[in-house]
Write a protein that binds this ligand. Structure first.
Ligand SMILES: Cc1cc2nc3c(=O)[nH]c(=O)nc-3n(C[C@H](O)[C@H](O)[C@H](O)COP(=O)(O)OP(=O)(O)OC[C@H]3O[C@@H](n4cnc5c(N)ncnc54)[C@H](O)[C@@H]3O)c2cc1C
Length: 386
């Protein structure tokens, strides 16, 4: 197979993280190639669909700090493209008042002076109609939160305008590390001074070519939409917020929701966990235990929704053991950079992840402390052939 080009950098995977990384590299005048195995756009990874939640409400300060700048980067992209990518709705966080998760989120919001409102049992119904707050549960609203228009955002990050090259329908089949990295695809062979791997659920398949395996678990998420009994009750136009239910009676994992928006009359509510799957066999995973959990939670908390999903779509999470991202250089090949394990909460960070992976690729000091995201935190537990 002939060599089809020499680049400063190759990025593997045109999901949200690879797209923003390629965009950042191109803005820094790097000759960049973005490789994608499927014809774009596609719905077989983790970045498809129309909406995602954006929020500063987190248990850990470091995410809240990164989101401060990230909101500005999203706004900048909106201005440059002249496209609306964000709609402020607020995020209602509900959970047992004395639980660790609820308290940490509330503390992080307060400590970082994020605009917020604490609701009590008396004023809850007045502000949030059609939601039952369980006895013993607290409720706090992250006022800065809202909905990101995900599909639209991905279309907007067009780095070809900056001189970048995208080759979709080209699956990477081999990587040869070295001072110049050689990448073979189903169609050609490319070389570059550095490589970024942002392959979502397929990360370990690609890393196998570099002698590294990370403790990543890929799960299928049933993306469920629930019908409003009275049209408009949970509608974005009625200013209904996004919702995060922590440590509910039904599950130790979060349950989250977005107001009716993309499908009129249907509110999106999902369980923040799924069943393990092979990313190439996603639709063979037919477990519906997450839907059972959601049905019970909806019957209890959202009395205005029919507790039977009207639409079920599919998506995948790539989980790390601690649910924090992997943003690091390859331990044995410093010109290979990894962005992986976004654990079902990485979309909102896309612009900042792109910036950080670009900084790592260019050998610069990253703008944020990346210690929570280093590979070495699980290297002793990692099957590494190094
Ligand atoms: C149902 C659901 C709801 C979510 N909600 C939120 C939310 O509200 N807020 C939030 O912030 N985040 C949310 N997320 C998480 C967020 O969407 C993901 O963290 C993010 O999309 C991960 O992007 P990625 O680029 O890492 O992966 P992907 O989007 O999967 O991209 C990886 C790409 O690499 C390509 N690829 C893989 N192998 C190869 C190869 N060999 N050759 C070429 N290309 C290859 C794939 O085809 C794919 O396009 C949600 C995710 C899901 C599934």
């Amino acid at each position: 197979m002939s060599t089809h080009g020499e680049y400063d950098c190759i990025v593997i995977g045109a999901g949200v993280q690879g797209s923003f990384t390629a965009y950042q590299l191109a803005t820094r005048n790097q000759k960049t190639l973005l490789l994608e195995q499927f014809i774009l756009p596609h719905s077989r990874g983790s970045s498809h669909g129309q909406t995602r939640i954006i929020r500063k409400a987190y248990e850990q300060d470091f995410y809240t700090h990164m989101m401060e700048e990230c909101y500005e980067l999203w706004a900048q992209l909106e201005r440059e493209a002249g496209v609306k990518l964000y709609r402020q709705t607020g995020l209602l966080v509900m959970g047992p008042e004395d639980s660790q998760s609820y308290q940490q989120i509330k503390d992080t919001l307060q400590k970082n002076k994020v605009p917020m409102a604490i609701l009590n049992r008396d004023n809850f119904c007045q502000h949030i109609p059609n939601v039952n707050l369980a006895v013993g549960d607290g409720a706090v609203v992250d006022i800065t939160a809202g909905v990101l228009y995900a599909d639209r955002a991905l279309k907007t990050v067009q780095f070809e305008k900056l001189g970048g090259v995208i080759r979709d329908n080209e699956k990477v089949t081999d990587i040869k590390p070295g001072p110049v990295v050689t990448v073979a695809t189903s169609a050609a062979v490319y070389r570059a001074k550095s490589l970024v791997i942002t392959a979502g659920p397929w990360a370990n398949r690609l890393l196998a070519h570099t002698g590294l395996q990370l403790p990543l678990k890929v799960v299928k998420i049933n993306v469920c939409y629930w019908k409003e009994k009275v049209p408009g009750s949970y509608d974005v136009k009625q200013r209904f917020p996004c919702v995060l239910v922590t440590e509910s009676k039904e599950s130790k994992d979060h349950i989250y929701g977005l107001p009716s928006n993309e499908y009129p009359g249907l509110m999106k509510i999902c369980h923040h966990m799924g069943s393990e799957t092979d990313p190439d066999q996603r639709d063979k995973q037919t477990d519906r235990s997450d839907i059972d959990i959601l049905q019970r939670c909806i019957a209890r908390c959202f009395p205005g929704l029919v507790p039977e999903p009207a639409v079920v779509e599919s998506c995948m999470y790539t989980l790390t053991p601690d649910h924090h991202f992997v943003l690091d250089r390859h331990p044995a090949h410093s010109n290979i950079v990894l962005g992986a394990g976004f654990s079902g909460h990485g979309f909102k960070f896309g612009p900042i992840i792109g910036k950080l992976l670009c900084e790592l690729t260019l050998g610069e000091v990253p703008s944020y402390d990346l210690s929570p995201f280093r590979i070495r935190r699980f290297l002793d537990k990692t099957k590494s052939a190094l």
